[in-house]
Design a protein around this ligand. Structure first.
Ligand SMILES: *Cc1c(COP(=O)(O)O)cnc(C)c1O
Length: 402
């Protein structure tokens, strides 16, 4: 289908995801880590709102890509159903209803509770009775500073690891921890976590005589700035989408390209006189005659209401400020200074137009919404167009009756 025909239908709003940028980000990160270290692409929350399946399909052929990580059983199964065959790891606690299916599908689970070891073992035994000979592959989660999930990195933790080794139907494939503060300028807290993790790995070896094959701890911030955290695997999340983990990390270590752009269209233009209020609550009142334009997207699409009176969009390569409150499905902008602006013109909410660029980080700061959250919250009412080599590869739409 021709791009013009597709865009004609998606003029209200669409996100464009550049799969070349996604691959470029992964390749550049790989150059920054040890040659023996492989990568896990973290594509939880539907690939941070970018779309997990098209991204997984794009990245799967990369030789240095070990596999993928998600947050839930459903996210893992969605990838399996889409034909993804590299290993998938569930990073959080997995509830027991899904164990048989996940063992069959060889989805790896993060494990840190004794009851999970028992329940996984029972599930593997039930499968065995059905003639399916598969072990539950697990990655033991270690808490070295997040206080979120994970066993303690001490003798108590070693007991857990020993129990996991001894439990029938379980294969301990990996062990990992997660940084709480790797995105800060001061790396001492993160380095402390690495040391604790390394000591724990040594303790396991000492007590059990065994080594767990896959050890990993790094997230995006670690990939950028903590070479010591390159173990067998690293887990790339936000940087894979071309976004930074925080404004404290160095921007020039790895070249990253933002993968997502967000577009809409001017649907109405009018002049308003001095003293006219704009949007709910009239939080903006014109101080002079103005030309304003209406954009048909709002917080119902995940465009933050926090941008009310603060954000801006690009029209004809120029910044146009948001006037008054962002509504659920619409908001207004000032185009007084852009005389060429007309109904039907494209509006760039995130991305580049001419020399101007609006990044998700910038809108995150303006709206008080963390950039990770910004990406994840782009709603299902927003169709996603995937581009590769400048061509449209596919479109993902939640509503598609037309
Ligand atoms: C989300 C997550 C990641 C990825 O974090 P980024 O900062 O996006 O790179 C890595 N590991 C775990 C355990 C996570 O929950």
């Amino acid at each position: 289908m021709k791009k013009e025909d597709i865009i004609y239908r998606l003029k209200r709003v669409y996100a464009e995801i550049d799969l070349d940028a996604i691959r470029y980000n992964m390749e550049n990160m790989k150059k920054n880590i040890a040659s023996k270290t492989e990568m896990i692409a973290v594509i939880k929350t539907d690939g941070y709102g970018h779309g997990a399946v098209p991204i997984a399909r794009e990245l799967e052929p990369l030789a240095f890509l070990h596999g993928f990580a998600v947050a839930t059983a459903e996210e893992a199964c969605l990838l399996k159903d889409a034909g993804i065959s590299k290993p998938i790891l569930i990073l959080g606690y997995t509830f027991p209803y899904s164990y048989e299916k996940l063992i069959q599908e060889e989805v790896r689970m993060a494990v840190f509770r004794y009851d999970t070891l028992r329940e996984l073992s029972d599930a593997a035994a039930r499968l065995e009775k059905k003639g399916i000979h598969k072990k539950a592959k697990i990655h033991i989660k270690v808490d070295t500073g997040m206080s979120r999930i994970g066993v303690r990195a001490d003798e108590e933790g070693v007991c857990f690891v020993e129990r996991a080794f001894e439990t029938d139907g379980i294969e301990v494939e990996g062990i990992f921890t997660h940084f709480a503060r790797a995105d800060e300028a001061d790396k001492s807290a993160a380095e402390g976590q690495i040391i604790l993790f390394e000591q724990f790995l040594a303790l396991i070896k000492d007590r059990t005589g065994r080594e767990i094959p896959l050890k990993h701890c790094s997230n995006s911030a670690g990939i950028l700035e903590l070479p010591r955290a390159n173990m067998d695997l690293v887990r790339a999340g936000i940087t894979l989408y071309g976004l930074l983990p925080s404004n404290q990390v160095q921007k020039d270590i790895v070249r990253l390209a933002p993968a997502l752009s967000l577009y809409s269209t001017i649907v109405y233009i009018k002049e308003i006189q001095k003293g006219t209020g704009v949007s709910y609550g009239s939080t903006f009142v014109a101080e002079e005659k103005m030309r304003i334009a209406t954009i048909p997207i709002g917080y119902g699409d995940g465009y933050p209401r926090g941008l009310s009176g603060k954000g801006f969009v690009l029209v004809h390569g120029q910044r146009a400020p948001i006037l008054g409150r962002v509504c659920m499905d619409q908001f207004m902008i000032d185009v007084t200074h852009i005389p060429g602006a007309a109904q039907g013109d494209t509006v760039t909410l995130i991305g580049c137009d001419g020399d101007e660029q609006i990044t998700m980080e910038e809108l995150g700061v303006l709206s008080g919404r963390f950039n990770y959250e910004f990406a994840c919250d782009i709603g299902k009412r927003v169709p996603r167009i995937y581009k590769k080599g400048g061509e449209i590869l596919c479109i993902e739409e939640y509503y598609k009756d037309f």
